[in-house]
Design a protein around this ligand. Sequence first.
Ligand SMILES: [Zn+2]
Length: 449
Amino acid sequence: MSTKATVEKLVSLCKRRGLVFQSSEIYGGIAGFWDYGPLGVELKNNIKQAWWRAVVQERDDVVGQDAAIVMNPTVWRASGHLDTFADPMVDCKECKKRFRADELVGAAPASAHGHEAAAKVTRCPECGGELTEPRMFNLMFKTYVGPVEDDASVAYLRPETAQGIFVNFANVLTATRRKLPLGIAQIGKAFRNEITPGNFIFRDREFDQMEIEYFVKPGTDEQWHQHWVEERYNWYLRLGMQKENVRVRQLDRDELAHYAKDTYEVEYLFPMGWSELEGIANRTDFDLRRHAEFSGRDLEYFDEETGEHIVPFVIEPSAGVDRLFMAFLIDAYDEEEVRGETRVILRLHKDLAPIKVAVLPLSRQEKLVPPAREVWAIVRKHWMSQYDDAQSIGRRYRRQDEVGTPLCVTIDFDTLEDQAVTIRERDSMEQVRVPIAGLVAALRERLEE
Ligand SMILES: [Zn+2]
């Protein structure tokens, strides 16, 4: 973690610059829900694209899909979510505050849903009041499909995208005529009615997941598990995360979800301590077996080499986009002294930066407007860009530094004579003069190498 980043500074920057807003803020907000603003949606899309490129496009063994959020409710019976996707909840009889019992004892990590913890704390940590007995609370959001609100029409907002992949395993296998190992990747919304959402966008009630279910022959699962742990860890480093802030941890046996044979977490050093960015689990054949049992369908794979029908094992790298968003911001945040002033800078990887190029006329002087507009028209065909002519050029550089824009292009009075512009680089603040005719090539060299 950058020692200069705090959650408070981050929340303030995110609001001020249009990265993240509290959801429905004008009505007082709603806990655990956040909105992504004009720059936030760019960064979020860039994270998703970088992931998709690495795990689908650049590989020859993973395909994509996009399943519906609302599924047949039997899915959640088969997956175990209806029975075990619950946290123990206690209420303070005095101040009415609600807590997760397992967090009060400090026993379980944030991700260990489905474990009943023995609540030993009997007093409210806020006011010292008496607490109720723990009650198990299912984290799935419930809704109704169709006009009648009865038991037969109950449905759930998915608490994970994974099940949409398991139920399509046979469809994808048939449609693509692939052999194992085969991965199916998906990015999409998931919902968890967390008892205590918090730490900004770290634990939301509505969030985006990026998940891969990688189906392998039993017996090769441990080797593929190691492969994915390395792949995923290296992805964070390739996108510029500082090595000392990222680590891989193998979960202890008592931390494992009920279906998992083994799980690793990629963790990040957040201001609140080491926390999970991504879980990489060996889910064995649990899910396919359960769905075969509950659906009555054949979800086996015919292995042509051995002539055997097998139930594949599954390695699941599962990351939360919002969490990654927060981690990338914290990691990139820096403050430095420049000529007696503090420069706030997001040292975001160029692939993640919301704006790649800012086009800045030196001043609002009339003569500079046509060439500056012309340059902007050229640039925005290629990259997400921004035109800014308000206030001094120094202030505008700072504004771009603060949101991580890697390159600024400045149009000045010399441009009128020499048809050239200045490219200014974010981290080094170095400036180089290039002809407008060669601008796209010069920017491409800096942005796409
Ligand atoms: Zn209390």
